[in-house]
Design a protein around this ligand. Structure first.
Ligand code: GLU
Length: 720
């Protein structure tokens, strides 16, 4: 069993004493960061070992039998294993938000209030972390905080299975290119640990140092995920709503398969898949999302984007218009300038293909242009599946009378650029329609469009944002055949559908969605897809013209559940630290809980006191009735802060306040500032200050503040 495990010597450990074990051979196992030592018949249960530096280490000694048992239960003991199994629920990440909100608050400037006070030095020493280089500090903290969040208290180890499951709830997948180093490191560690029995690379348990080393290359993204700083902060709630919509649409069996070519007519009408990719690369997929289908008209905005990128809008739109045609997508019709109406209908897309052929890459052979186009699509999809369906291509070419007619009609009307080879252009158009893909890949393409042309998963800048703006504008007005006007009205989002049953939907600056279900309605749009879009914008305020501020009957998944609180703390403490009474008054009037504390238990009063802002201190106590004696994590009261930085006026005021507060009546304990109304601010305040000058007892008792010194007073009460 111990084959290949390191010996004491290998581990650079030396035996100091070993009770009954002297002189015996010991072997040791380094398992999950714990040194386990095998004894033979010895009865000793502990050993003193020294490491290479001579420092003493205590280790537990186990019999071979015990070790076997531990190995069986992954070296962490049966009881602990049971506990891990029972511990299904992850500790909730929101706390992290506050942690990091706090880290951002590490603006504590050692120079501010600098005096000769001896205490100052001590204080700053204790707070040393806050004046280290900011970024380095933040990252080190991120790794530690993550470890503490997921590690088992019993074993002191982190289960990577649990950690990766937690990461998945934020929308980040294990195969995301942005966490590749993390996954590679896990494999390396697993190998170094001789492929520990009972666990895989992704389910092994790591100690703190190993964990930190493993995650550090990708810590920026990982920390962002757990801080809930992605565009959809509460991704799992969002996903639940999407699942519900998906299930409702699944029951819709209306529509007919496209049958102008046999390959499309053969699809099962039951196929139904939805994939989502946000601009931060958060992924969710449900249903038949890996089933391949051809792009068809969903290729049109993509070739249009390449033409725009390469030629610019002026050149492109000297050949093709921007208006909805109001006619069938393949109708023999041009606008009054003898141009195809827009690049989303067949005539316009064929014209775009001619621009690629004659202007973008005039020197390329047909094969080269095909490869060139495919490479653009691939880059947009972050390298996900883009293939080619030759059978569909051949069928498209066979069943293309109308498309050829459009080509000739446009040639007759001199729509094409010079040197256009119509046969090549038509082939190229059919090839673009016959590119094969799936929902997963298309959601990344849609997300690249939502993200201003930058692929969220690879972070590659594929198109310029101006190009994407033009593409989305045309998709918005012309993307869903003859339903475009209604779609823009009802759904209010840029989209492009195709006869294979796909629909690409873009929520600009938020996410890309791809839905696929082959049955089409009479206008050629996927039936389930349309229902999905309807339900999506009825659930979330994604319609372009939804009012984000006042519309309350729809969800805004972009809103951080804890955002208000995190930002409140930052704003509040910053105002106090900078002595901005006006801002403090504004915070109070807006209903903010003025008693909020940051992760270190620092309140507005602490900061105002330490910076010597007497006016702020007065306002906080007299007007906001905050507790006068909250303790921060170092046990400091606001008055200590004022003393440390020699702000004698603040010290006097706080001492007098404390003195008077002693006599304050206890029945006022539960009343806090949060029960007041804005009007109270203006009313003569009879019940605020314990100071002699204020004559009446204050409403927030010192007793209450003592108890909850580092937290807000009563967060359940409504604001002002
Ligand atoms: N290959 C089809 C055509 O050109 C594409 C139609 C579509 O998806 O709208 O007719």
């Amino acid at each position: 069993m111990f084959k290949g495990v390191p010996t004491l010597a290998n581990l650079n450990l030396r035996l100091l004493t070993g009770h009954a074990a002297k002189g015996r051979e010991f072997s040791a196992a380094l398992i999950n960061g714990q040194v386990l030592v095998r004894r033979t018949k010895a009865t000793a249960t502990s050993l003193d070992l020294a490491d290479a530096n001579g420092s003493k280490i205590d280790v537990d000694v186990y019999s071979e039998q015990e070790l076997l048992k531990r190995a069986k239960f992954r070296h962490t003991g049966f009881e602990v294993q049971k506990k891990i199994a029972a511990e299904k629920k992850l500790r909730t990440p929101p706390l992290l938000n506050l942690v990091f909100a706090n880290r951002k608050l590490s603006f504590y400037d050692t120079s501010s209030g600098s005096t000769d006070c001896e205490q100052n030095a001590k204080l700053n020493q204790r707070r040393n972390y806050s004046i280290r280089p900011h970024r380095e500090q933040e990252q080190r903290n991120a790794e530690d905080v993550l470890f503490d969040m997921f590690a088992s208290e019993e074993t002191g180890l982190i289960s990577m299975g649990k950690f990766l499951a937690g990461l998945k709830t934020t929308g980040i997948r294990r195969n995301d290119p942005r966490v590749r180093e993390l996954m590679d490191n896990l494999k390396k560690v697993h190998k170094l640990n001789n492929y520990e029995t009972g666990s895989s690379a992704e389910t092994q348990h790591l100690n703190r140092e190993t964990f930190k080393a493993v995650v550090s290359p990708n810590i920026v993204l990982i920390a962002k995920a757990f801080r809930q700083q992605f565009v959809i902060p509460d991704f799992s709630s969002f996903v639940k709503d999407i699942e519900d919509i998906y299930i409702r649409c699944k029951g819709n069996t209306e529509g007919k398969l496209a049958d102008y070519i046999p390959q499309l007519a053969r699809y099962s009408p039951n196929f139904w898949g939805v994939s989502i990719c946000t601009i931060d690369g958060q992924r969710f997929s449900i249903g038949d999302v890996e089933e391949p289908f051809t792009l068809q008209s969903c290729s049109k905005p993509l070739t249009y984007a390449i033409a725009l990128e390469k030629l610019g809008p002026k050149v492109v739109h000297s050949f093709v218009g921007q208006e909805p045609s109001g006619r069938n997508f393949n109708e023999l019709v041009l606008d009054q300038n003898k141009k195809p109406h827009n690049p989303m209908i067949n005539a316009g897309a064929i014209l775009t293909c001619s621009l690629m052929n004659a202007l973008v890459k005039p020197d390329m052979t047909a094969a080269e242009i095909f490869d060139y186009t495919m490479s653009w699509f691939k880059r947009l999809s972050g390298g996900e599946y883009i293939g080619f369906n030759n059978a569909v291509f051949l069928s498209e070419r066979e069943a293309a009378d109308r498309n050829y007619a459009l080509g000739f009609y446009m040639r007759e009307n001199k729509c094409f650029p010079k040197r256009t080879n119509l046969k090549e252009v038509m082939d190229y158009y059919f090839q673009c329609c016959s590119m094969e893909t799936n929902c997963e890949a298309m959601s990344v393409i849609a997300a690249s469009l939502a993200n201003g042309g930058i692929c969220p998963t690879t972070e590659e800048k594929v198109f310029r944002p101006e190009v994407i703006r033009d593409v989305l504008s045309i998709m918005h007005s012309c993307g869903t055949y003859d339903y475009s006007g209604q779609f823009a009205f009802k759904v209010g989002l840029p989209a492009k559908s195709g006869v294979s049953g796909g629909m690409m939907l873009v929520v600009p600056n938020v996410m890309g969605i791809f839905v696929w279900s082959p049955p089409l309605d009479q206008l050629g749009n996927t039936v389930r897809g349309l229902q999905f879009c309807d339900e999506l914008v009825n659930t979330f305020n994604f319609h372009r013209y939804d009012n984000l501020k006042h519309l309350s009957n729809k969800k805004d998944p972009r809103k951080h559940r804890y955002e208000t609180k995190g930002l409140s703390i930052v704003n509040l403490l910053f105002s106090a630290a900078s002595g901005d009474v006006t801002a403090l008054r504004r915070h109070r009037l807006s209903g903010m809980d003025i008693t909020l504390a940051d992760y270190d238990g620092r309140t507005a009063l602490h900061l105002a006191a330490s910076e010597g802002h007497l006016e702020c201190v007065k306002f906080l106590l007299e007007q906001c009735h905050v507790p006068h004696n909250p303790k921060d994590r170092w046990g400091n009261l606001p008055v200590d802060e004022a003393e440390n930085f020699c702000h004698s006026d603040v010290v006097d005021f706080l001492k007098r306040w404390a003195e008077n507060a002693k006599d304050a009546p206890q029945e006022c304990i539960t009343e806090s500032v949060t029960t007041k109304t804005a009007a109270d601010e203006e009313l003569p305040c009879n019940t605020t200050s314990p100071l002699p000058t204020e004559s009446e007892p204050r409403s927030s008792s010192p007793a209450s503040s003592e108890a909850g010194s580092t937290a807000s007073v009563d967060k359940t009460k409504p604001g002002l």
